[in-house]
Design a protein around this ligand. Structure first.
Ligand code: ATP
Ligand code: MG
Ligand code: MG
Ligand code: MG
Length: 563
């Protein structure tokens, strides 16, 4: 490739909406451009990275015995009614009507569609097991799209679905996928950890998430170095009976007795996951006795802690609280005694105002008095998030906590969808049976952002070689002016390409400083500078992206050095 015929779109500054380093660098390096919130164009430079990730995922899925197909992005809503998931999925599901007023969705995931394919095509145990996968665009109307492609609304996912005649066979394929994912993330050059995740009603070891380790990660992971215990924090807390989560749940169960506060209703009213609200209540109660804090939307629980001073602002105005705490508007809280202050998009009000507001949506909040409905602060004084040093649920040592970005998720679905959609086969005895099913996702586009979170410095991106847009950049000093330089650079490009090395020649003839800056920003692992002075001694200058110093190499050795 030649830079003059490619498209390089680097920027000096990142746009203001880019909060974290990978988003900033992806914009500055010209990998992506924003079209709308959570919706991005993959520019040519970025697309090369995305395609390399995709290729590794595809190769390893094929090697593992999965078969690729491609399902439609648009799905009839009827299928979602048949599975029973339609009404439950909530506002993340983008729905629309066609010209005949029929309901459709843009697929956030494809369990329904694949199960429909398999129930029509697969009839006998002889056709099982089968594992189908696709690499395809998904749409989820995320409440808070952010971090560029890491939490987009439109994004690229590899999603695979396996079908089995027995649970034992599903378990075998689940292990196969666990190993396959480990190979994929290793080949991608990422630091990652597989952690047990909650399976809701299914329980057991039926779900694992794969996390790229990064401080900016939205998820917390608990792990124990003394054993191989690793779980996402939600699961670790759920399993440990004396953790804050367990105590908080008991607390909330008490609150939610009939005729008093219905926690589920409040959570639904606010659009907050129930367990997040339970935890918020517990943390607030523990930290000074100000009771109930309800968060509107999808907030990090770290923000809960910063809210403890809110107690001082019982009847302050919205703007005053926001200014005093430096917090974002859109919160609802706190409770003091039986008073609840609401500071959402309006002025802070009292309990009665809240009840009134709640009534409009059909919910009534009662029973938020200390002592009567909630335990006294002393009883819950030990409530904290699970913290480093807490005992590991397996009892083998202390927990450490780190942050991660969820890039993969494998799940034993068992017969949940197959039962609802009547996906059956005839077994060896001629009996009709429901299929066992597993599903396996990888966030292909999220991986690009996650890799950059792990690999960057003050000059830009440091891509793992396996997914860099180009492996080597050749930077000639005076390409237009010097025939010797031009010949050597062209020759090297031809040699590298012939050797199967993905190289680009920067023939733009710009200032060396600006060419160097561009390629360092873009994160190309290897740089070879071709200059007249070096050529006279038969040498080329080489510098690895993370090297402190460049080195001179005999021109004839560059190829073998890079191979
Ligand atoms: P999250 O917890 O981050 O919202 P999820 O658990 O909802 O993700 P899954 O349903 O498990 O996601 O989907 C499989 C994979 O798709 C995830 O592991 C993640 O890598 C990726 N993914 C999910 N949502 C997004 C998104 N909004 N943008 C980019 N990738 C995503
Ligand atoms: Mg999600
Ligand atoms: Mg998740
Ligand atoms: Mg998940």
């Amino acid at each position: 490739m030649r830079a003059s015929r490619f498209f390089i779109a680097t920027l000096k500054e990142a746009p203001a909406d880019a909060e974290i380093i990978s988003h900033k660098l992806m914009m500055r390096a010209g990998l992506i451009r924003r079209l709308a919130g959570g919706i991005y164009t993959w520019m040519p430079m970025g697309l090369r990275v995305l395609r390399k990730v995709e290729a590794i995922v595809r190769e390893e899925m094929n090697r593992a015995g999965a078969i690729e197909l491609l399902m439609p992005a648009v799905q009839p809503f009827e299928l979602w009614e048949e599975s029973g998931r339609g009404p439950k999925y909530g506002p993340e599901l983008l729905r629309f009507k066609d010209r005949h007023q029929r309901d459709f969705v843009i697929g956030p995931t494809h369990e329904e569609v694949i199960t429909d394919v398999v129930r029509r095509e697969v009839k006998s145990y002889k056709q099982l097991p089968r594992h189908f996968y696709q690499i395809q665009t998904k749409f989820r109307d995320e409440i808070r799209p952010r971090f560029g492609v890491m939490r987009g609304r439109e994004f690229l996912m590899k999603d695979g679905y396996s079908f089995h005649a027995s649970y034992a066979d599903l378990e075998r394929e689940y292990r196969n996928m666990h190993e396959t994912y480990t190979r994929i993330f290793t080949r991608l050059g990422l630091k990652f950890r597989a952690v047990a995740a909650d399976t809701g009603s299914i329980g057991g070891t039926g779900s694992h998430e794969f996390h790229v380790l990064a401080d900016s990660g939205e998820d917390a992971i608990a792990y124990c170095s003394a054993s191989d215990y690793a779980a996402n924090v939600e699961l670790a807390e759920a399993l440990a009976p004396t953790t804050p989560r367990a105590v908080a749940t008991q607390t909330m169960q008490k609150v939610a007795t009939p005729g008093k506060t219905k926690c589920e209703d409040v959570a639904a009213f606010l659009g907050v996951p129930l367990q997040k609200m339970v935890k918020a209540v517990a943390v607030m109660r523990a930290e000074g006795g100000f009771g109930l804090l309800l968060l509107r939307g999808d907030h990090d629980l770290n923000e809960v802690k910063t809210q403890k001073v809110i107690g001082e602002f019982r009847f302050a105005r919205d703007e005053e609280i926001v200014a005093a705490l430096g917090c974002k508007p859109g919160y609802i809280g706190p409770v003091a005694g039986n008073k609840i202050a609401v500071f959402a998009d309006r002025t802070v009000t009292t309990m009665s105002d809240f009840v009134c507001g709640a009534n409009e949506a059909g919910f009534h909040l009662t029973g938020v008095n200390f002592g009567r409905d909630l335990p006294e602060p002393a009883q819950v004084a030990d409530l904290r998030n699970i913290v480093a040093g807490d005992p590991s649920p397996d009892g083998k040592g202390a927990l450490d906590i780190c942050r991660g970005i969820e890039v993969g998720h494998i799940f034993q679905l068992r017969t949940k969808y197959a039962e609802a959609l009547k996906c059956q086969f005839t077994d060896e005895q001629g009996k009709e049976q429901v299929m066992e099913m597993g599903c396996y996702g990888i966030g292909v586009s999220r991986i690009v952002g996650a890799a950059i979170e792990q690999g960057n410095d003050e000059r830009g991106i440091i891509f793992p070689a396996a997914i860099a847009p180009f492996e080597v950049v050749i930077v000639p000093m005076g390409y237009a002016k010097s025939e010797a330089v031009r010949k050597a650079a062209d020759g090297l490009l031809a040699d590298l390409l012939a050797a199967g090395i993905d190289a680009i020649l920067d023939d733009r003839d710009e200032r060396p400083g600006s060419m160097f800056a561009d390629w360092e920003l873009i994160g190309i692992p290897h740089r070879v500078v071709v200059g007249e002075r070096g050529l006279k001694e038969g040498k080329l200058e080489y510098k690895g992206r993370s090297d402190a110093e460049a080195q001179m190499l005999p021109a004839g050795e560059v190829l073998s050095f890079l191979k």
